[in-house]
Design a protein around this ligand. Structure first.
Ligand code: COA
Length: 378
């Protein structure tokens, strides 16, 4: 008797499969729309700080000004790390990728968290605040350790985004940089059921703890087909010597059937709504950081890929030049994406816990059956 698994072909890459219900964010790939808890990203991008966005994603409503200020202060107060985690940053081999170190650090933080295995909502919200605050510190501290510079404490006058830049670079951001960092983190904070968010929800669905779900999500984000693309975008831009070379470089890659990092998307069939904000900040930041040529090369790559393949840039493309102009080294780009996305991962983990059923799909077996087993001589 044949079963359903024998007859039905799996949906490759689960494309178009609805695997969860969520009110955290909504992506309309046909019309290029992104909503956070019902609000259009175009209305939020320049209007909210990162901590206000975290509040919105977690609580489903905008904070009042007093709530927003209080929440920001609560988060900044949680930015410190246990000294053992800082020690681990020093012990990791200098060539280990920041995403690997971040994944290890989040895993290690679990053992120092007094609420680690308590998954009741009150304990989970305490962990959520600690994690969204600690992840940026891990990234900043790792860079300071690796570049032989002293570690800096968060400044209570800044929010999470500005503190991250300050603690990484040692200099507070100017007005344009501060706003750009907030916008970058707001835009990257959530994106429906992407691969890393799905990973986080699968882990939460086993009723495992929040740190485990986050460590798994970090592993998924690290891949070049997901969050790992932004670092490779910058490496490509830096590899192109000038504007005149762009066309031949990109066409050569496409002829060799290589993927252009930072282009294409599983869901969007038109421009990703986050692109326009990042393109705009890339232009402004590159001009003020004397890196206009990098923005020009990026724009030329965009038009070349569009002409050759009709493929739009995704969020990783201009986030690369934005981060570069902010003084963030390329190997940290994916980790910065993770710092922002921690907000969304946590919102989805909490949603999963609140209405949980174990996520356990099935597969279509393609191997042999009924092989004769010959007992082997000892
Ligand atoms: N460069 C060149 N061609 C691309 C491309 C890219 N970045 N992205 C998609 N394509 C092409 C594929 O080669 C394929 O063409 P074909 O049908 O002629 O073989 C077609 O577009 C569909 O691609 P597919 O891999 O099936 O789409 P997907 O939905 O599985 O993959 C991504 C989506 C994001 C993984 C894919 O676009 C990609 O690899 N992009 C580069 C990595 C990246 O920027 N990731 C960050 C995502 S936010």
């Amino acid at each position: 008797m044949s079963t359903r698994q024998d007859e039905e072909a799996p949906v490759r890459g689960l494309e178009g499969v609805i695997a969860a219900e969520t009110s955290v964010s909504y992506v309309d790939g046909i019309h290029g729309r992104l909503l956070y808890q019902g609000y259009d990203i175009h209305d939020l991008a320049d209007a909210l700080s990162f901590s206000e966005t975290v509040f919105l994603l977690w609580h489903g409503r905008l904070p009042s000004p007093a709530e927003g200020a209080g929440f920001r202060a609560e988060l900044v107060a949680e930015m410190r790390l246990p000294s053992q985690v800082v020690e681990m940053l020093r012990l990791m081999p200098p060539n280990s990728h920041p995403m690997a170190v971040l994944r290890t650090a989040v895993s290690m933080l679990a053992s120092f968290d007094p609420d680690v295995d308590d998954i009741r909502p009150e304990a989970n919200w305490r962990k959520a605040k600690r994690l969204v605050a600690q992840v940026p510190t891990i990234i900043a501290d790792l860079h300071r350790v690796r570049s032989g510079q002293p570690l800096l404490s968060p400044d209570p006058n800044f929010g999470i985004a500005a503190n991250f830049l300050y603690m990484l670079r040692g200099t507070p951001p100017n007005q344009l940089e501060g706003r750009a960092m907030e916008v970058l983190m707001v835009l990257l904070a959530d994106h429906e059921l992407n691969a890393s968010t799905f990973t986080a929800r699968v882990i939460a669905s086993t009723l495992s703890d929040m740190h485990s779900a986050l460590a798994g999500a970090l592993g998924a984000l690290k891949g070049p087909l997901h969050g790992g693309a932004n670092q490779r975008v910058m490496e490509m831009i830096l590899d192109i010597p000038d504007l005149q070379t762009v066309q031949a470089y990109i066409v050569g890659m496409l002829e060799n059937r290589k993927r252009i990092m930072g282009f294409g998307h599983r869901v969007y069939r038109t421009e990703d709504p986050r692109t326009r904000h990042l393109r705009d900040y890339s232009e402004q930041l590159c001009a003020s950081a004397n890196q206009q040529n990098l923005h020009d090369i990026a724009e030329r790559i965009e038009s070349t890929v569009m002409d050759a393949k009709g493929i739009y840039p995704n969020v990783d493309f201009y986030s690369a030049t934005v981060q570069h102009a902010l003084g963030i080294p390329p190997e940290y780009f994916t980790a910065v994406f993770a710092a922002a996305r921690t907000a969304g991962w946590i919102a989805h983990i909490m949603e999963q816990y609140a209405d949980n059923r174990l996520i356990r799909p099935t597969s279509r077996y393609t191997g042999p059956m009924g092989l004769p087993f010959e007992p082997r001589a000892a």
